[in-house]
Design a protein around this ligand. Structure first.
Ligand SMILES: Cc1cc2nc3c(=O)[nH]c(=O)nc-3n(C[C@H](O)[C@H](O)[C@H](O)COP(=O)(O)OP(=O)(O)OC[C@H]3O[C@@H](n4cnc5c(N)ncnc54)[C@H](O)[C@@H]3O)c2cc1C
Ligand code: SF4
Length: 551
């Protein structure tokens, strides 16, 4: 045992959720200690890594894993550049699941991506910050599927707004989520390509609206406005997008102490169900014990349940906070299908943010009793590199290459869906029998996609065809059935609920089993809805922090 630290509040993980919890609680005067598994990084360092990366389609290139805090990477084979660019997500080619860290139990691959560094995964996100719809909170009552949340949209609304102000959200008001106050900012200027989508799809009954994002359309909170340079993933070079690195810095400025390279591997309890300490390894594998009054676990939807399961004891043989057996279960994400086609107009994707606009009309409706709802999302990533690689792979060279490349760079575009996957207990994170360099178990995932999703994919295909028709599209390329790109929205593994028998935390994020252990992050979401989950996770986090501050 090397030494012993102590704080009123001990936060595990310095991602957006952990750091924002820490900042808020540090401002109450409590002593706050953040234990972060990964190293410190700076933005210029990350930009440099990316600039010198040989494969620009590898969005994990700026984020090499440290040996003591590994995260999944998918080298050497990432599929074609088009696979990555068109869907904004890294994915495995069919049948390939190896990545050296996240062990795959199938039957579907679950190639989740996340980053273990100070600030966490939002360093390389798309910064979508959507609110759920009110009906998303009660799909069991309304449509007979999934689960109802133990709280309502109206209860979360003030925390949504607080999260939007904190992270600097810009958006269009017409996305179906009622608001008491306007967005902190107007949307970022519409790109030419998105304008053409909006104009050509409107007569077909498709309203194309600006995405709601934590991206500055004006100078905000000491950061500059978006300059439209189209590098949002894997990193915005000017911090026009909010990210967890900013949250971590704000937590430290508010008085929280942040300890990097501290890999928490055990949660300790007393005989009275209270959590007394956590233990972490430093990179020399020296063990340290940290005591506290209140603990907040914010290590993400895979590493948090892993830690709870790893902390099994004689009293809790199934792990901490797991009397329900639900820790690690109900894993959800947003697997996407897509259509790539050549539009009639010259669109020239690549000016402005990478992910600027959506169609929101299919996010809710009575059809949800039959198949998943979904959002339709347009990419705006420059097609030059993807088209070049695809053409060369197809053996096109010389003058013909230049001709076809010019055409594709101007006309090629893509639409994908973001569908709701239902919570299923058999979809889960467990401990594998493989070990990382510190000797800790690597996580293993079981992932299955049922008919509720497959029917939605069939419905989406019809919408894609109609959209392509309205855009005068040719050369239509659908993703093959069953081959879906993952969206890295890890949800459900420590689900929130009123009943301790089938949920892990209560509506305030407090574990049912341990009164001084709270969980923050997307893992507490009982259902997935059709939007990127981080705004909801941050809103829930603020609600949790307020609860901790008042108890
Ligand atoms: C390519 C990509 C694009 C995305 N785009 C979007 C988007 O547009 N909108 C959206 O809503 N979401 C998006 N996401 C998802 C989003 O990044 C996550 O929802 C978000 O990061 C979750 O925040 P978190 O704080 O819970 O977890 P994380 O950001 O993953 O942070 C967890 C932290 O815990 C630390 N940690 C882990 N294990 C331990 C341990 N044992 N001990 C100590 N510390 C530990 C990690 O190092 C990390 O710093 C995207 C993700 C990816 C990969
Ligand atoms: S386009 Fe993307 S990378 Fe460029 S400034 Fe805007 S948010 Fe940052």
């Amino acid at each position: 045992m090397a030494d012993e630290l102590s704080a009123d509040i001990v936060v595990i993980g310095s991602g957006i959720c952990g750091s924002l919890t820490a900042e808020r609680l540090a401002k109450t005067g409590a002593s706050v200690l953040i234990l972060e598994a990964g190293p410190r990084v700076t933005r210029d360092q990350l930009v440099l890594y990316y600039r010198s990366a040989p494969r620009k389609g590898d969005w994990m290139a700026p984020y090499p894993p440290s040996w003591w805090a590994p995260h999944p990477t998918y080298e050497p084979d990432w599929g074609s550049a088009t696979d990555v660019d068109k869907g904004r997500v890294a994915r495995q080619p069919p049948g390939r699941t190896g990545n050296g860290y996240l062990v795959q139990a199938g039957p579907y691959p679950y190639p989740a991506e996340y980053i273990r560094i100070v600030g966490g995964t939002t360093w390389h996100w798309a910064a979508h910050m959507w609110r759920l719809l009110p009906n998303d909170f009660r799909i069991k009552s309304l449509y007979g599927v999934g689960k109802d949340w133990p709280l309502t949209y109206e209860e979360l609304e003030p925390f949504y707004y607080e999260a939007e102000v904190k992270t600097g959200v810009s958006g269009a008001p017409d996305t179906g989520s009622p608001r008491v106050k306007p967005f902190p900012m107007e949307p970022v200027a519409e790109s030419w390509a998105m304008r053409r989508f909006r104009e050509r799809l409107a007569p077909g009954g498709y309203p194309v609206v600006s995405n709601t994002t934590a991206r500055n359309s004006r100078a905000y909170d000491g950061r500059p406005p978006c300059c439209g340079a189209n590098n949002c993933q894997p990193i915005c070079p000017i911090d026009a997008q909010y990210h967890g690195g900013l949250a971590a810095a704000a937590a430290e400025a508010a008085g929280a102490r942040l300890l990097p390279n501290a890999v928490v591997y055990r949660i300790e309890h007393d005989s009275d169900r209270r959590i007394t300490a956590v233990h972490y390894y430093d990179p020399d594998k020296l063990s340290h014990r940290v005591t506290g009054k209140t603990f907040v676990l914010a290590a993400n939807g895979i590493e948090s349940p892993k830690l709870l399961l790893m902390s099994a004891s004689d009293k809790y043989p199934n792990g901490i906070a797991n009397s329900s057996g639900m820790v690690g279960r109900n894993l959800m994400d947003h697997p996407s299908s897509s259509l790539t086609f050549d539009a009639e107009d010259e669109l020239w994707l690549g000016r402005g943010p990478q992910s600027p606009a959506s169609i929101n009309t299919l996010r809710d409706g009575p059809f949800r009793s039959e198949h998943a709802a979904f959002r339709l999302d347009f990419t705006n990533i420059s097609q030059v590199r993807a088209a070049t690689e695809d053409l060369i792979a197809a053996g096109v060279y010389g003058a013909e290459l230049e001709k076809q490349l010019r055409y594709r760079a101007a006309h090629q575009c893509n639409v994908k869906n973001v569908p709701e996957v239902l919570p299923m207990p058999e979809n889960r994170v467990v401990l594998s029998d493989q070990r990382d360099e510190l000797g800790l178990p690597k996580p293993k995932v079981h992932f299955f996609l049922g008919d509720y999703l497959h029917k939605a994919m069939a419905a989406a295909k019809k919408e894609y065809a109609r959209i392509a028709e309205l855009m005068g599209g040719t050369n239509l390329r659908y993703t093959p059935d069953g081959e879906y790109a993952n969206n890295q929205h890890i949800m459900g593994t420590m689900s929130m609920g009123d009943d301790p028998k089938d949920s892990v935390v209560d509506p305030y994020g407090r574990t049912h089993d341990h009164e001084n252990l709270f969980i923050a992050g997307t893992g507490v979401m009982p259902t997935a809805a059709t939007v990127n989950p981080t705004l909801t996770a941050v809103a829930l986090t603020f609600r949790t922090a307020e609860h901790i501050a008042h108890t």
